[in-house]
Write a protein that binds this ligand. Structure first.
Ligand code: PLP
Length: 430
């Protein structure tokens, strides 16, 4: 599938990156369960280690099963290359690592997955990096936050947990002006609903744990590069533009051009940080990607029906689904994610924190888990779980106030899900 971009999404999600196994003709991508690969001879080994030839050395860096998934996700996102890693959180570190030095900062949205808020608030400080949290609906504030130590701007396309939609075009224009890349976490939207690169994103990160795999089996992450950023336009990104001592002074951007970030991610990022995706995980995720569009259409259809039902229920205070006409983000659906606002939203239960806890305990089809993007419908009370480490102020800013629950609407029959919510709301608000 070398002429892949000519095909439609439904075709690419099955075929991109894959070809019958050259050794056996196996039609499904084999799980290459191996740590190492035999070199043809000593010269071949030397060329691989010098990055003069592309090939497989050791599965911490590259593996044929993982490589198929990398090519598939890059193709679906419209990028030039991708690096898979062990989780979505690993992908975020892998995206920032080539950009940031001690003292640098990343300007990030307040509306993020709770674990990302924690990672950016506390953990990245150990690397000497800093995150500046800003309301991304306030464009002047985003602009003002970018300073000469800023090396990236980071947001989610459809922000977890509230389902808020980011104006990616406006944010990417600010990043361009500041001369830094925009990194978009596209986990909740998936490339079927939103293609951030078409809205100016330089890098796209995923937790493949969620919709891309789609069945709640494995954790994984991915960093996709648009190939469009000029890393040599300033001296801000020496990891990509300046000589690399660990490869005899090779300059990644000069040598690999549009693929500089991807090569750096493998040759430095995976080599030295070791956050590698294993081939079994890649296999499960490849299986998931084959049905991505079919599942996302159903997730969106169900989410819309259920959000409308909840909005009209007197036991519910408000629903944040951007697909609803009442949402302030509804006007962005057409522009950012025209196929729908995803399957994720929050709603506030009358009765607050206690009623939320009772609701979660009373549901029968919905599972109470810290995950999203499964075929199964899932629910979580963010304030007492995923967003527990946050202050109440941060919880509210992130859309995880104490009186709201987050749902990840699955692909079951919508009527069954509504009936389940109906009986649980009755118990929660009795
Ligand atoms: C789950 C999630 C992450 C973290 O991914 P893991 O695979 O759990 O490490 C990051 N961003 C978003 C939007 C997520 O939903």
């Amino acid at each position: 599938m070398t002429d892949a971009p000519a095909h439609g999404f439904d075709t690419l999600q099955i075929h991109a990156g894959a070809r019958p196994d050259p050794a056996t003709g196996a039609r499904q991508t084999p799980i290459y369960q191996t740590t190492a690969y035999v070199f043809r001879d000593a010269d071949h080994a030397a060329a691989l280690f010098n990055l003069q030839e592309v090939g497989f050395i050791y599965s911490r860096l590259t593996n044929p099963t993982v490589a198929v998934l990398q090519e598939r996700i890059a193709t679906l996102e419209g990028g030039v290359g991708a690096v898979c890693c062990s989780s979505g959180h690993a992908a975020q570190i892998m995206a920032l690592f080539p950009l940031m030095m001690p003292g640098n900062n990343v300007v990030v949205s307040t509306r993020l997955y709770g674990g990302t808020v924690t990672q950016f608030t506390h953990t990245i400080k150990r690397f000497g990096w800093n995150a500046k949290f800003v309301d991304f609906d306030d464009l002047d504030a985003v602009k003002a936050a970018c300073d000469d130590q800023t090396r990236a701007v980071f947001c989610e396309a459809i922000a977890n947990p509230g389902g808020y939609i980011t104006d990616l075009d406006a944010i990417s224009a600010i990043a361009d002006e500041a001369g830094v890349p925009l990194i978009v976490d596209n986990t909740s939207a998936t490339p079927y609903l939103c293609r951030p690169i078409e809205h100016g994103a330089t890098l796209v990160v995923h937790s493949t744990t969620k919709y891309l795999t789609g069945n709640g089996t494995v954790t994984g992450g991915c960093v996709v590069d648009s190939g469009k950023f000029d890393w040599s336009a300033s001296d801000k990104f020496p990891s990509l533009s300046a000589p690399e001592p660990a490869y005899h002074g090779l300059k990644f951007h000069e040598t690999f051009g549009a693929l500089a970030f991807t090569f750096h991610g493998i040759a430095i990022g995976l080599r030295d940080l070791g956050m590698t995706m294993n081939p079994q995980a890649a296999h499960y995720t490849l299986m998931g990607t084959e049905t991505l569009s079919l599942r996302m259409d159903r997730h969106v259809e169900n989410a819309m029906k259920i959000a409308e039902w909840l909005e009209n229920d007197p036991r519910v205070d408000y629903v944040t689904y951007a697909g609803l006409k009442s949402s302030p983000y509804n006007k962005r659906v057409e522009k950012i994610c025209p196929r729908g606002a995803g399957g994720l939203f929050t709603f506030a239960v009358k009765g607050g924190y206690e009623a939320c806890v009772k609701l979660v305990n009373s549901l029968e089809i919905f599972s109470h888990v810290a995950n999203l993007g499964d075929t199964r419908s899932l629910i979580i009370h963010s304030a007492s779980t995923t967003h527990r480490q946050l202050t109440e102020e941060q919880q509210i800013a992130a859309g995880a106030a104490p009186e709201v629950v987050r749902v990840s609407i699955g692909t079951e029959n919508a009527d069954d899900l509504i009936a389940d919510l109906d009986q649980a709301l009755a118990k929660a608000t009795a």
